[in-house]
Write a protein that binds this ligand. Structure first.
Ligand code: SF4
Length: 453
């Protein structure tokens, strides 16, 4: 229901949808081979509802538009997989839960409740844990929203996308601007201070004025949290085909940059704090589940993904980094996912080990999306032997980016400046290359080849 792009994309950071599945990010996964982390395991849980009522014209996610969903079967799968993954991860405490999709607001509230109860049966789910549900205005009437609240949801992310009917039609959304307004108003009553609106900008033909009107209207409605996503014209979508055939104009790059920068300035003037590339909050409405937002080194997770970062431990083969992580790839097709969950207790198809430089590259790419950047503390947690200064302080690409005013490295963190943040996608390749070179140099000093890749 929300805008998505590649996981490392500049604007959109959510993972592509998978089949019906629960995903987990934990700070340990002792059931996997390799070194075992110490201490209690916490995890952020992502639960995917892959069904939608219709195809939006820009959407390339893995979602299913089916005449009828066998909700009892899906619920059973989600419950089973949630419990299996929590057990496999030896998770003792779930810090937050995110129901994403697809359109999870199409699920019955008692399905949401069942998943939360299932999680609470095998792990501690604190009363104050953030539980977010993505909702589409077309399935967010007050009765449903009350049901979700009673089920345990305490934060709503509404896929408004636009408050202009012509734009909504272009996007193939099923709701109107009036329905979106009604949904936001209902949500704010039930989830005061914890309602977020998703908006898309960069639509074919969208003018600066139209975007400014949208943003102004959203500010008038919103409950202190806005997520702005640049439209990605994904191959295989109806919208991309129309642009490719010349039926619709392709938005020029300069205009896209303008739309983003003007929105950022407008929101800053209105008291919003940009705490992540796409996310803006006023007062204290930052989401603990906002992609990539992690403040504590003891919670080195980045949610909304099916990777499970491990707590630092001794690397199996030595080397400059002591961090490793097991990731899980889920079955893509909903039916296969359900079958796999029914047969094998979870829909994981493969496991992926990330460690060494690959792990640090992930920490870098995700950390730079946030306002605080990659803190010294966090980097040291993952990389006790290759410091931020050693990796990025010496002459090289990172130094050049600092001199151009796009990057800042100090005793606190490596982070993008406000001018550099919109350019992050362009800056990252050079930084990743530099990190790789420094990593290899440390490996060579260590005797070569002992550290894992
Ligand atoms: S609601 Fe639209 S954008 Fe969201 S997953 Fe469904 S089809 Fe895609």
């Amino acid at each position: 229901m929300a805008v998505r792009g590649l996981r490392a994309g500049l604007w959109a950071v959510r993972p592509r949808g998978t089949g019906c599945a629960a995903g987990l990010r934990s700070d340990s996964e002792p059931s996997e081979p390799g070194p075992q982390p110490a201490g209690p395991a916490t995890a952020a849980l992502y639960v995917h509802w892959p069904y939608c009522r219709k195809h939006c014209s820009y959407c390339s996610f893995n979602k299913y538009v089916v005449p009828a969903v066998d909700e009892a079967a899906v619920r059973a799968c989600l419950v089973r997989e949630t419990q299996t993954l929590l057990r496999l991860g030896h998770v003792r405490s779930v810090t937050s839960v995110f129901f994403g999709g697809g359109t999870p607001s199409l699920a019955a509230p008692h399905t949401i409740a069942a998943v939360l109860e299932a999680a609470a049966e095998v792990a501690h789910l604190p009363a104050g844990a953030e539980v977010t549900l993505e909702a589409n205005p077309g399935s967010a009437d007050p009765t449903r929203l009350s049901g979700f609240k009673a089920a345990g949801v305490n934060r709503l992310s509404l896929g408004v996308q636009s408050l202009d009917d012509a734009e909504l039609r272009l996007l193939g959304r099923e709701h109107t601007a009036a329905e979106a307004r009604a949904a936001v108003e209902a949500a704010r009553k039930l989830f005061p201070g914890r309602t977020s609106l998703d908006l898309i900008f960069g639509l074919p033909g969208q003018s600066r004025e139209a975007w400014a009107r949208n943003l102004e209207a959203a500010q008038g409605l919103c409950d202190d949290h806005l997520a702005l996503y640049q439209l990605t014209l994904e191959r295989g979508t109806a919208l991309e085909a129309q642009v490719r055939r010349g039926v619709l104009p392709e938005p020029p790059e300069e205009l896209l940059a303008d739309l983003y920068l003007s929105a950022r300035a407008t929101l800053a003037a209105a008291g919003f704090h940009q705490y992540e590339v796409s996310n803006f909050a006023r007062k204290v409405s930052t989401s603990t589940l906002c992609p990539q937002v992690r403040r504590s080194p003891s919670s080195p997770t980045t949610p909304l993904s099916y990777r499970a970062p491990a707590a630092p431990t001794t690397s199996p083969t030595g080397g400059p980094s002591s961090s490793w992580a097991w990731g899980r790839g889920h079955t893509a097709a909903s039916c296969r996912g359900e079958r796999a969950a029914a047969c094998a207790r979870h829909a994981c198809r493969r496991r992926i080990l990330t460690r060494g430089c690959g792990r640090l590259q992930e920490v870098l790419a995700l950390g730079l999306r946030t306002d605080e950047g990659v803190t010294q503390q966090r980097w040291g947690f993952f990389s006790p032997r290759l410091s931020l200064e050693d990796a990025f302080g010496a002459p090289g690409e990172a130094r050049e980016l600092q001199e151009r005013g796009w990057l800042r490295l100090n005793g606190r963190a490596l982070r993008c400046t406000p001018a550099g943040l919109p350019l992050l996608d362009s800056l990252l390749p050079a930084l990743l290359c530099q990190l790789r070179r420094r990593w290899n140099a440390v490996e060579e000093e260590d005797g070569g080849g002992r550290a894992s890749r």
